[in-house]
Design a protein around this ligand. Structure first.
Ligand code: C2E
Ligand code: MG
Ligand code: MG
Length: 574
């Protein structure tokens, strides 16, 4: 049960006669206890307060302070009142003094001359009692510590030692109660680390764990003692900020939190960079329950992610509507493939000099009974975040392959999401289509975004190269809207750039864009790349790009995207 071996009891003997003290010591050698011998009531009082005695053997007859007086003092002093006292007296037969002794706090008597058996037996009773009591105390404090530990573990995250999800919720409820009473405001911040998964996957969990601990501490240092930093789960933190009345100050604080996450994280000889996206919901305007505040802060966090990460965003009702919409879209999108709601459209690709159609770009369309016809600009990002894009991408490719087997001379371009370069599915499918003679490699083009080229993990690069090695052309779509550097194209297996339509659409009114288009074409030519101009809508635009040496064009001037049947009809006449 408990271990009392470490606790050793003490006995104090109080007697003004030295010979009596010596006699007592001789007798008490037989008990397992430390002895403290004192010669006066005053001394006894001092010792009794300092140490925890199992029992005090007290001589009744002493000069200055006698045993009764001392016993009385001990019985009213907080630290000493529960120490048992045995009076050592020759006057036991005097009934009144016995009563006086009990009244002043004695629990027992031994009479002089002392019979050692009697003394030892009485003393041992108190020693046993004391040991029991000490053992119980130890057990009680151990239990209390264990309870505290369980309580702590239930409220805190084991890794970061910060309040956990459950505790955060409780704390927000406390903040709501208090703020409601005092008519105060506070903010709930939902923080999600950007790129944490990658560090965790690439560097290992040990590094990931250390990073989470460090970031949690950084956040804690940024906020006030009354505020709260908790770990909500994974790489998500929640911060409750009070004192949010001044919007400027709140914004500064949010910016500080964003900044502090970007400080380099060092692990052994490595240095890593991470950032955080923060969503903010304010009490009471964005919610008056902890669930709603957390969920709205979470919603705002997603917007912060969408607007480029490493930033903060406040919740708003409009945002909420957007989120609800994308949730709805996602739910329907899961069944779009099964219920045959997707369709591939084709937009002709025109040779600028001859004005002949040499191929087409495959563009996805989605017609849903409830949501209507939806633009890929809306549903592709949702398909990406819902993890559906690879499956959809493969489906588009198979549709295009079908078409290509009917029209083997056409050059067909298929858009691919950057997420399709994280695995080898796309490569495997293309490889299968080529080796089974369903398509011919030199007729297929895969359109990628600039982001794929910037991916430093090496995975995308490997996939690009593998696809290039199959003999398939690769083009950079929407060129100029992203990183906008031709220099990185030099080392990539890219064959074509597609100038984004936003640069073409304002020609000839926007002189800057004309210069930009001219420069992109010239530099691409210098790198031996083909150039396609997107979104050509007027003769003037077509003429301009032709003069600049652009090879191909797409746009409403020539043809809009059309479904398979209409495109087949179109091909008959073009
Ligand atoms: P994108 O690849 O840049 O496709 C060109 C977009 O410009 C198409 O929009 C097309 O309809 C539009 N367009 C073409 N010519 C003109 C013009 O003269 N004027 C104007 N104003 N617009 C023109 P769409 O079909 O809505 O596709 C939007 C984007 O969705 C595409 O941009 C592409 O990034 C993405 N997307 C489409 N299909 C797929 C797909 O199968 N997979 C993936 N991952 N993304 C796709
Ligand atoms: Mg495209
Ligand atoms: Mg484009």
């Amino acid at each position: 049960m408990f271990n009392t071996s470490k606790v050793y009891p003490k006995i104090m003997v109080v007697d003004d006669t030295p010979a009596n003290l010596v006699a007592m010591r001789t007798i008490l050698k037989k008990v397992s206890a430390d002895l403290v011998l004192v010669a006066s009531g005053g001394e006894a009082l001092v010792e009794a307060v300092k140490q925890d005695f199992a029992v005090i053997l007290l001589d009744v007859n002493m000069p200055e302070m006698d045993g009764f007086e001392l016993a009385e003092l001990l019985s009213v002093t907080e630290q000493t009142k529960s120490i048992p006292i045995i009076f050592v007296t020759a006057v036991h037969h005097d009934e009144s003094s016995v009563l006086k002794g009990y009244a002043s706090g004695a629990v027992d008597y031994v009479q002089k001359p002392i019979l050692s058996e009697i003394l030892l037996s009485k003393v041992n009773v108190f020693l046993d009692l004391w040991k029991l009591k000490a053992g119980l105390e130890i057990e009680i404090s151990a239990r209390r510590a264990a309870e505290l530990e369980v309580h702590y573990l239930a409220q805190h995250d084991a890794l970061t030692k910060l309040p956990n999800r459950r505790q955060i919720q409780t704390e927000i409820e406390h903040f709501i109660d208090r703020s409601h009473r005092r008519e105060e405001k506070f903010a709930v911040l939902f923080l999600d680390l950007d790129g944490f998964k990658k560090i965790n996957d690439d560097q290992g969990h040990e590094v990931g764990d250390a990073l989470l601990i460090e970031i949690g501490q950084r956040f804690k240092r940024e906020v006030r003692g009354v505020d709260l930093v908790g770990r909500y789960g994974g790489d998500e933190f929640i911060i409750i900020l009070t004192d949010t009345d001044d919007p400027m100050m709140l914004k500064n604080k949010l910016q500080q939190l964003v900044t502090v996450a970007t400080h380099p994280f060092r692990w052994k000889d490595k240095e890593m960079l991470i950032s955080t996206s923060i969503g903010v919901a304010l009490y009471p305007e964005h919610g008056i329950t902890s669930d709603l505040l957390i969920s709205n802060a979470d919603t705002a966090m997603y917007l912060a992610k969408e607007t480029g990460k490493n930033t903060f965003q406040f919740y708003s009702e409009k945002l909420n509507q957007q989120m609800k919409r994308s949730l709805l879209v996602e739910q329907h999108l899961r069944y779009a493939l099964l219920s045959n709601e997707l369709e591939v459209y084709y937009q002709p690709l025109i040779d600028v000099k001859t004005r002949t159609t040499i191929g087409a770009e495959a563009l996805l369309r989605w017609n849903n009974d409830d949501l209507g016809v939806m633009s890929p600009d809306e549903f592709i990002p949702i398909a990406e975040s819902a993890g559906l894009i690879c499956e959809i991408g493969i489906w588009v490719l198979r549709q295009v392959a079908d078409f290509m087997s009917e029209y083997p001379d056409l050059h067909l371009a298929v858009n691919a999401s950057s997420l399709q370069f994280n695995n080898s599915q796309l490569h495997n499918e293309i490889s299968y289509l080529i080796s089974n003679n369903i398509i011919s490699a030199d007729k297929l083009e895969i359109e990628i975004t600039e982001g794929v080229l910037l991916d430093r993990s090496g995975r995308a690069e490997e996939q690009l190269l593998a696809i290039h090695n199959l003999g398939v052309s690769l083009s950079v779509d929407d060129f100029g809207t992203g990183y906008s550097s031709l220099s990185y194209l030099k080392n990539c297996p890219i064959t074509t750039v597609k100038i984004d339509r936003s640069f073409v659409s304002d020609i000839p009114n926007d002189k800057d864009n004309m210069i930009l288009v001219r420069t992109i074409i010239a530099m691409a030519k210098g790198l031996n790349l083909k150039v396609i101009a997107e979104g050509v809508e007027t003769e003037q635009q077509a003429e301009f790009i032709k003069q600049e040496g652009c090879d191909f064009a797409q746009g409403f001037l020539f043809a809009k995207p059309m479904n398979k049947q209409l495109f087949k009809d179109y091909l008959k006449t073009h």
